[in-house]
Design a protein around this ligand. Structure first.
Ligand code: NAD
Ligand code: UD1
Length: 338
Protein backbone atom coordinates (compact mmCIF):
# COMPACT_ATOMS: atom_id res chain seq x y z
CA UNK A 1 0.00 0.00 0.00
CA UNK A 2 1.04 3.63 -0.41
CA UNK A 3 0.81 5.26 3.00
CA UNK A 4 0.95 8.94 3.89
CA UNK A 5 2.54 9.24 7.33
CA UNK A 6 1.81 12.62 8.91
CA UNK A 7 4.32 13.43 11.66
CA UNK A 8 6.58 10.81 10.09
CA UNK A 9 9.86 12.38 11.21
CA UNK A 10 8.73 12.36 14.87
CA UNK A 11 9.45 9.72 17.49
CA UNK A 12 6.71 7.16 16.85
CA UNK A 13 6.26 8.16 13.20
CA UNK A 14 9.90 7.50 12.30
CA UNK A 15 9.83 4.03 13.88
CA UNK A 16 6.60 3.28 12.04
CA UNK A 17 8.17 4.33 8.73
CA UNK A 18 10.90 1.72 9.32
CA UNK A 19 8.34 -1.04 9.92
CA UNK A 20 6.21 0.02 6.94
CA UNK A 21 9.16 0.10 4.55
CA UNK A 22 10.66 -3.16 5.79
CA UNK A 23 7.26 -4.81 5.42
CA UNK A 24 7.02 -3.69 1.79
CA UNK A 25 4.88 -0.54 1.86
CA UNK A 26 5.51 2.73 -0.02
CA UNK A 27 5.84 5.65 2.36
CA UNK A 28 5.23 9.36 1.87
CA UNK A 29 6.12 11.49 4.90
CA UNK A 30 4.52 14.84 5.70
CA UNK A 31 5.88 16.85 8.64
CA UNK A 32 6.32 20.54 9.43
CA UNK A 33 9.45 19.74 11.52
CA UNK A 34 8.03 21.70 14.48
CA UNK A 35 9.20 18.91 16.79
CA UNK A 36 11.55 16.87 14.61
CA UNK A 37 14.64 17.08 12.46
CA UNK A 38 15.40 16.59 8.77
CA UNK A 39 18.32 14.32 9.77
CA UNK A 40 15.77 11.64 10.56
CA UNK A 41 15.32 11.13 6.80
CA UNK A 42 19.00 10.17 6.33
CA UNK A 43 18.88 7.88 9.34
CA UNK A 44 15.74 6.17 8.07
CA UNK A 45 17.39 5.63 4.71
CA UNK A 46 20.45 4.16 6.40
CA UNK A 47 18.24 1.66 8.26
CA UNK A 48 15.89 0.60 5.46
CA UNK A 49 17.88 1.39 2.31
CA UNK A 50 14.91 3.34 0.95
CA UNK A 51 14.57 7.12 0.79
CA UNK A 52 11.02 8.09 1.75
CA UNK A 53 9.32 10.84 -0.23
CA UNK A 54 9.17 13.84 2.12
CA UNK A 55 6.98 16.95 2.21
CA UNK A 56 7.89 19.74 4.61
CA UNK A 57 4.26 20.74 5.10
CA UNK A 58 1.70 21.63 7.74
CA UNK A 59 -1.60 19.79 8.16
CA UNK A 60 -3.27 23.17 8.74
CA UNK A 61 -2.43 24.14 5.14
CA UNK A 62 -5.31 22.68 3.12
CA UNK A 63 -3.98 23.77 -0.28
CA UNK A 64 -0.71 21.89 0.24
CA UNK A 65 -2.57 18.82 1.48
CA UNK A 66 -4.71 18.92 -1.67
CA UNK A 67 -1.60 19.17 -3.84
CA UNK A 68 -0.06 16.14 -2.11
CA UNK A 69 -3.20 14.01 -2.50
CA UNK A 70 -3.40 15.04 -6.16
CA UNK A 71 0.21 14.14 -6.85
CA UNK A 72 0.54 10.95 -4.80
CA UNK A 73 -1.93 8.09 -5.11
CA UNK A 74 -2.37 7.54 -1.37
CA UNK A 75 -4.23 4.42 -0.16
CA UNK A 76 -4.25 5.23 3.56
CA UNK A 77 -3.05 7.79 6.09
CA UNK A 78 -1.35 7.10 9.41
CA UNK A 79 -1.88 10.31 11.32
CA UNK A 80 0.77 11.11 13.96
CA UNK A 81 1.13 14.86 13.38
CA UNK A 82 0.21 16.82 16.46
CA UNK A 83 1.52 18.70 19.46
CA UNK A 84 1.92 16.55 22.56
CA UNK A 85 3.39 18.47 25.50
CA UNK A 86 0.86 18.20 28.31
CA UNK A 87 2.08 21.22 30.34
CA UNK A 88 2.32 23.45 27.27
CA UNK A 89 -1.24 22.50 26.32
CA UNK A 90 -2.47 23.84 29.67
CA UNK A 91 -0.68 27.17 28.99
CA UNK A 92 -1.66 27.41 25.31
CA UNK A 93 -4.93 25.52 24.81
CA UNK A 94 -5.95 27.31 21.61
CA UNK A 95 -2.65 26.45 19.97
CA UNK A 96 -3.32 22.78 20.76
CA UNK A 97 -6.94 22.83 19.58
CA UNK A 98 -5.99 24.66 16.41
CA UNK A 99 -3.03 22.46 15.54
CA UNK A 100 -4.39 19.06 16.53
CA UNK A 101 -8.12 19.44 15.86
CA UNK A 102 -8.03 22.12 13.15
CA UNK A 103 -5.23 20.24 11.39
CA UNK A 104 -7.07 16.92 11.57
CA UNK A 105 -10.29 18.40 10.14
CA UNK A 106 -8.30 19.85 7.24
CA UNK A 107 -6.67 16.50 6.65
CA UNK A 108 -10.00 14.64 6.71
CA UNK A 109 -11.57 17.12 4.28
CA UNK A 110 -8.67 16.81 1.88
CA UNK A 111 -8.71 13.00 2.14
CA UNK A 112 -12.45 12.86 1.52
CA UNK A 113 -12.24 15.16 -1.50
CA UNK A 114 -9.55 12.94 -3.01
CA UNK A 115 -11.33 9.66 -2.32
CA UNK A 116 -8.89 8.44 0.34
CA UNK A 117 -11.05 7.39 3.29
CA UNK A 118 -8.72 5.14 5.25
CA UNK A 119 -7.01 6.44 8.38
CA UNK A 120 -5.19 5.18 11.46
CA UNK A 121 -5.09 7.72 14.28
CA UNK A 122 -2.59 8.06 17.16
CA UNK A 123 -4.76 8.18 20.23
CA UNK A 124 -3.76 7.68 23.84
CA UNK A 125 -4.73 5.92 27.04
CA UNK A 126 -5.22 9.45 28.33
CA UNK A 127 -8.77 9.31 26.86
CA UNK A 128 -9.74 6.92 29.69
CA UNK A 129 -9.06 9.68 32.27
CA UNK A 130 -8.94 8.02 35.68
CA UNK A 131 -9.77 4.53 34.39
CA UNK A 132 -12.95 2.92 35.68
CA UNK A 133 -11.02 -0.37 35.98
CA UNK A 134 -7.60 -1.92 35.26
CA UNK A 135 -6.46 -3.64 33.16
CA UNK A 136 -8.19 -1.26 30.78
CA UNK A 137 -10.15 -2.83 27.93
CA UNK A 138 -11.54 -0.87 24.99
CA UNK A 139 -14.96 -1.13 26.66
CA UNK A 140 -13.74 0.95 29.58
CA UNK A 141 -15.69 4.25 29.33
CA UNK A 142 -13.80 7.31 28.19
CA UNK A 143 -13.22 9.70 31.06
CA UNK A 144 -12.47 13.30 31.95
CA UNK A 145 -9.08 14.36 30.60
CA UNK A 146 -6.89 16.48 32.86
CA UNK A 147 -5.45 18.75 30.14
CA UNK A 148 -6.20 20.21 26.67
CA UNK A 149 -3.75 17.80 24.99
CA UNK A 150 -5.79 14.86 26.27
CA UNK A 151 -9.02 16.53 25.18
CA UNK A 152 -7.69 16.92 21.63
CA UNK A 153 -7.21 13.13 21.50
CA UNK A 154 -10.66 12.48 22.91
CA UNK A 155 -12.33 14.99 20.57
CA UNK A 156 -10.50 13.76 17.46
CA UNK A 157 -11.66 10.23 18.32
CA UNK A 158 -15.24 11.58 18.38
CA UNK A 159 -14.78 13.47 15.09
CA UNK A 160 -13.48 10.30 13.42
CA UNK A 161 -16.27 8.19 14.91
CA UNK A 162 -18.94 10.61 13.62
CA UNK A 163 -17.27 10.80 10.19
CA UNK A 164 -17.26 7.03 9.93
CA UNK A 165 -20.92 6.82 10.99
CA UNK A 166 -22.01 9.43 8.43
CA UNK A 167 -20.16 7.92 5.45
CA UNK A 168 -19.76 4.14 5.28
CA UNK A 169 -16.85 4.47 2.85
CA UNK A 170 -14.62 5.57 5.73
CA UNK A 171 -12.47 3.03 7.56
CA UNK A 172 -10.96 4.33 10.78
CA UNK A 173 -8.65 2.72 13.33
CA UNK A 174 -8.16 4.45 16.68
CA UNK A 175 -5.00 3.18 18.37
CA UNK A 176 -4.80 4.04 22.05
CA UNK A 177 -1.13 3.95 23.01
CA UNK A 178 -0.01 3.32 26.55
CA UNK A 179 3.53 4.57 27.38
CA UNK A 180 5.90 4.26 24.41
CA UNK A 181 9.62 4.10 25.28
CA UNK A 182 12.69 2.49 23.71
CA UNK A 183 14.24 3.12 20.32
CA UNK A 184 15.30 1.30 17.17
CA UNK A 185 18.06 -1.21 17.94
CA UNK A 186 20.49 0.68 15.66
CA UNK A 187 20.51 3.53 18.19
CA UNK A 188 20.18 6.03 15.33
CA UNK A 189 16.56 7.17 15.80
CA UNK A 190 14.76 7.82 19.07
CA UNK A 191 12.81 10.20 21.25
CA UNK A 192 14.12 13.76 21.20
CA UNK A 193 12.11 15.97 23.56
CA UNK A 194 12.46 19.76 23.48
CA UNK A 195 13.79 21.22 26.72
CA UNK A 196 13.50 19.36 30.01
CA UNK A 197 11.60 16.12 29.43
CA UNK A 198 8.16 15.69 31.00
CA UNK A 199 8.04 11.94 30.52
CA UNK A 200 9.81 9.43 32.70
CA UNK A 201 12.15 7.53 30.33
CA UNK A 202 13.71 10.53 28.55
CA UNK A 203 14.25 12.08 31.98
CA UNK A 204 15.99 8.91 33.18
CA UNK A 205 18.23 8.70 30.09
CA UNK A 206 19.19 12.37 30.40
CA UNK A 207 20.18 11.79 34.03
CA UNK A 208 22.17 8.76 32.89
CA UNK A 209 24.02 10.75 30.23
CA UNK A 210 24.77 13.57 32.69
CA UNK A 211 22.51 16.27 31.21
CA UNK A 212 20.31 16.27 34.34
CA UNK A 213 21.41 15.81 37.96
CA UNK A 214 18.81 13.45 39.39
CA UNK A 215 15.36 12.06 38.76
CA UNK A 216 12.44 13.51 40.74
CA UNK A 217 9.90 10.79 41.50
CA UNK A 218 6.42 12.32 41.61
CA UNK A 219 4.91 10.78 44.74
CA UNK A 220 5.55 7.57 46.68
CA UNK A 221 2.23 7.39 48.49
CA UNK A 222 -0.05 6.05 45.73
CA UNK A 223 -2.09 2.93 46.33
CA UNK A 224 0.38 0.78 44.35
CA UNK A 225 2.81 -1.96 45.53
CA UNK A 226 5.72 0.46 46.19
CA UNK A 227 3.72 3.72 46.31
CA UNK A 228 5.01 5.10 42.98
CA UNK A 229 2.89 5.42 39.83
CA UNK A 230 2.36 2.32 37.69
CA UNK A 231 2.23 2.47 33.87
CA UNK A 232 2.21 0.13 30.91
CA UNK A 233 5.48 0.85 29.04
CA UNK A 234 5.62 -0.44 25.48
CA UNK A 235 8.61 -0.63 23.13
CA UNK A 236 8.18 1.85 20.27
CA UNK A 237 9.11 -0.82 17.71
CA UNK A 238 6.26 -3.04 18.94
CA UNK A 239 3.98 -0.02 18.78
CA UNK A 240 5.12 0.68 15.21
CA UNK A 241 4.40 -2.92 14.24
CA UNK A 242 0.87 -2.47 15.66
CA UNK A 243 0.25 0.19 13.01
CA UNK A 244 1.31 -2.09 10.18
CA UNK A 245 -0.93 -4.86 11.53
CA UNK A 246 -3.81 -2.38 11.88
CA UNK A 247 -3.71 -1.67 8.11
CA UNK A 248 -5.80 -4.79 7.61
CA UNK A 249 -8.69 -3.04 9.39
CA UNK A 250 -8.82 -0.52 6.55
CA UNK A 251 -10.37 -3.01 4.15
CA UNK A 252 -13.65 -1.86 2.58
CA UNK A 253 -16.55 -2.17 5.02
CA UNK A 254 -14.38 -2.34 8.14
CA UNK A 255 -15.76 0.93 9.55
CA UNK A 256 -14.53 1.95 12.99
CA UNK A 257 -12.06 -0.17 15.01
CA UNK A 258 -10.48 0.69 18.36
CA UNK A 259 -7.44 -1.01 19.93
CA UNK A 260 -5.34 -0.56 23.03
CA UNK A 261 -1.64 -0.97 22.33
CA UNK A 262 0.18 -1.90 25.52
CA UNK A 263 1.93 -4.93 26.99
CA UNK A 264 -0.59 -5.60 29.76
CA UNK A 265 2.21 -5.40 32.32
CA UNK A 266 2.41 -2.50 34.77
CA UNK A 267 5.75 -1.18 36.10
CA UNK A 268 6.20 1.40 38.84
CA UNK A 269 8.62 4.32 38.62
CA UNK A 270 10.98 2.48 40.98
CA UNK A 271 10.72 -0.66 38.80
CA UNK A 272 11.83 1.45 35.84
CA UNK A 273 14.79 2.87 37.74
CA UNK A 274 15.83 -0.62 38.87
CA UNK A 275 15.42 -2.20 35.43
CA UNK A 276 17.27 0.66 33.76
CA UNK A 277 20.17 0.29 36.18
CA UNK A 278 20.29 -3.49 35.65
CA UNK A 279 20.04 -3.24 31.85
CA UNK A 280 22.67 -0.54 31.45
CA UNK A 281 24.90 -0.64 34.53
CA UNK A 282 24.31 3.11 35.00
CA UNK A 283 23.13 4.36 38.40
CA UNK A 284 20.14 6.75 38.49
CA UNK A 285 20.13 9.04 41.53
CA UNK A 286 16.61 10.09 42.53
CA UNK A 287 14.65 12.10 45.09
CA UNK A 288 11.00 11.71 46.05
CA UNK A 289 8.91 14.76 45.21
CA UNK A 290 5.27 15.83 45.52
CA UNK A 291 2.69 14.13 43.33
CA UNK A 292 2.36 15.74 39.88
CA UNK A 293 -1.03 17.38 39.23
CA UNK A 294 -3.26 15.30 36.97
CA UNK A 295 -1.38 12.01 37.57
CA UNK A 296 -3.21 8.78 38.28
CA UNK A 297 -2.01 5.85 40.42
CA UNK A 298 -2.03 3.12 37.82
CA UNK A 299 -2.80 2.58 34.18
CA UNK A 300 -2.20 -0.59 32.19
CA UNK A 301 -3.84 -2.22 29.23
CA UNK A 302 -5.74 -5.30 28.34
CA UNK A 303 -4.52 -5.57 24.73
CA UNK A 304 -6.07 -8.96 24.00
CA UNK A 305 -8.44 -7.46 21.40
CA UNK A 306 -5.47 -6.41 19.25
CA UNK A 307 -4.13 -9.97 19.49
CA UNK A 308 -7.48 -11.56 18.62
CA UNK A 309 -8.30 -9.27 15.70
CA UNK A 310 -4.91 -8.13 14.37
CA UNK A 311 -2.62 -10.93 15.52
CA UNK A 312 -0.55 -8.24 17.25
CA UNK A 313 1.23 -8.69 20.56
CA UNK A 314 4.06 -6.72 22.14
CA UNK A 315 7.24 -8.85 22.07
CA UNK A 316 9.92 -6.74 23.72
CA UNK A 317 10.37 -6.73 27.49
CA UNK A 318 11.30 -3.97 29.92
CA UNK A 319 15.07 -4.67 29.88
CA UNK A 320 15.18 -4.34 26.09
CA UNK A 321 13.16 -1.12 26.31
CA UNK A 322 15.67 0.31 28.82
CA UNK A 323 18.75 -0.87 26.90
CA UNK A 324 17.44 0.53 23.60
CA UNK A 325 16.44 3.89 25.14
CA UNK A 326 19.94 4.11 26.59
CA UNK A 327 21.75 3.17 23.34
CA UNK A 328 19.92 5.97 21.53
CA UNK A 329 20.68 8.54 24.25
CA UNK A 330 24.30 7.47 24.71
CA UNK A 331 25.01 7.63 20.96
CA UNK A 332 23.13 10.93 20.62
CA UNK A 333 23.56 12.84 23.91
CA UNK A 334 22.01 15.94 22.31
CA UNK A 335 19.43 14.16 20.22
CA UNK A 336 19.65 15.16 16.55
CA UNK A 337 21.62 18.36 17.33
CA UNK A 338 25.29 18.16 16.35
P1 NAD B 1 6.55 13.78 18.07
O1 NAD B 1 6.40 15.19 18.50
O2 NAD B 1 7.91 13.18 18.09
O3 NAD B 1 5.97 13.61 16.58
C1 NAD B 1 4.90 14.40 16.10
C2 NAD B 1 5.34 14.99 14.76
O4 NAD B 1 4.27 15.78 14.25
C3 NAD B 1 6.57 15.89 14.89
O5 NAD B 1 7.56 15.45 13.97
C4 NAD B 1 6.05 17.29 14.53
O6 NAD B 1 7.03 18.05 13.85
C5 NAD B 1 4.85 16.96 13.67
N1 NAD B 1 3.79 17.98 13.65
C6 NAD B 1 3.20 18.60 14.70
N2 NAD B 1 2.27 19.46 14.28
C7 NAD B 1 2.25 19.38 12.92
C8 NAD B 1 1.52 20.04 11.92
N3 NAD B 1 0.60 20.98 12.21
N4 NAD B 1 1.74 19.70 10.62
C9 NAD B 1 2.68 18.77 10.29
N5 NAD B 1 3.43 18.13 11.21
C10 NAD B 1 3.21 18.43 12.51
O7 NAD B 1 5.53 12.90 18.93
P2 NAD B 1 5.38 11.32 19.04
O8 NAD B 1 5.74 10.93 20.42
O9 NAD B 1 6.01 10.65 17.90
O10 NAD B 1 3.81 11.19 18.92
C11 NAD B 1 3.15 10.94 17.69
C12 NAD B 1 1.65 10.97 17.91
O11 NAD B 1 1.31 9.99 18.89
C13 NAD B 1 1.15 12.31 18.45
O12 NAD B 1 -0.10 12.59 17.86
C14 NAD B 1 1.00 12.05 19.92
O13 NAD B 1 0.03 12.87 20.51
C15 NAD B 1 0.56 10.59 19.93
N6 NAD B 1 0.85 9.91 21.19
C16 NAD B 1 2.13 9.93 21.69
C17 NAD B 1 2.40 9.29 22.90
C18 NAD B 1 3.80 9.31 23.48
O14 NAD B 1 3.95 8.98 24.65
N7 NAD B 1 4.83 9.66 22.74
C19 NAD B 1 1.37 8.65 23.60
C20 NAD B 1 0.09 8.63 23.05
C21 NAD B 1 -0.15 9.28 21.84
C1 UD1 C 1 1.90 11.46 30.33
C2 UD1 C 1 0.73 12.39 30.12
C3 UD1 C 1 -0.22 11.77 29.10
C4 UD1 C 1 0.53 11.48 27.80
C5 UD1 C 1 1.73 10.59 28.11
C6 UD1 C 1 2.59 10.34 26.90
C7 UD1 C 1 0.39 13.63 32.22
C8 UD1 C 1 -0.47 13.81 33.40
N1 UD1 C 1 0.05 12.61 31.39
O1 UD1 C 1 1.45 10.21 30.80
O2 UD1 C 1 -1.28 12.66 28.82
O3 UD1 C 1 -0.31 10.81 26.87
O4 UD1 C 1 2.57 11.22 29.11
O5 UD1 C 1 3.15 11.52 26.42
O6 UD1 C 1 1.34 14.35 31.98
N2 UD1 C 1 7.34 10.42 36.59
C9 UD1 C 1 8.22 10.75 37.60
N3 UD1 C 1 9.20 11.67 37.35
C10 UD1 C 1 9.36 12.27 36.12
C11 UD1 C 1 8.45 11.92 35.08
C12 UD1 C 1 7.45 11.01 35.34
O7 UD1 C 1 8.11 10.22 38.70
O8 UD1 C 1 10.26 13.11 35.96
C13 UD1 C 1 6.30 9.40 36.83
C14 UD1 C 1 4.87 9.91 36.68
O9 UD1 C 1 4.39 10.46 37.88
C15 UD1 C 1 4.16 8.63 36.26
C16 UD1 C 1 5.22 7.84 35.48
O10 UD1 C 1 6.47 8.39 35.88
O11 UD1 C 1 3.81 7.86 37.40
C17 UD1 C 1 5.08 8.00 33.96
O12 UD1 C 1 5.02 9.38 33.64
P1 UD1 C 1 5.04 9.91 32.13
O13 UD1 C 1 6.16 9.29 31.40
O14 UD1 C 1 4.97 11.40 32.17
O15 UD1 C 1 3.70 9.32 31.49
P2 UD1 C 1 2.16 9.45 31.98
O16 UD1 C 1 2.03 10.27 33.20
O17 UD1 C 1 1.59 8.08 32.00
Amino acid sequence: MKILVTGGTGYIGSHTVVELQTQGHDVVILDNLSNSDMKVLDRLEAITGVRAVFYNADIRDKKTLDDIFEKEDIDAVIHFAGLKAVGESVQKPLMYYENNIGGTINLLNSMSEHGCKNIIFSSSATVYGTPAFVPITEECPKGTCTNPYGWTKSMIEQILTDTCFADKEWNVVLLRYFNPIGAHESGTIGENPNGIPNNLMPYVTQVAVGRLKELGIFGDDYDTPDGTGVRDYIHVVDLADGHVKALKKLEPGSGLSIYNLGTGQGYSVLDIVRNFEEATGVKIPYVIKERRAGDIAECYADSSKAFRELGWKAKKGIKEMCADSWRWQKNNPNGYAD
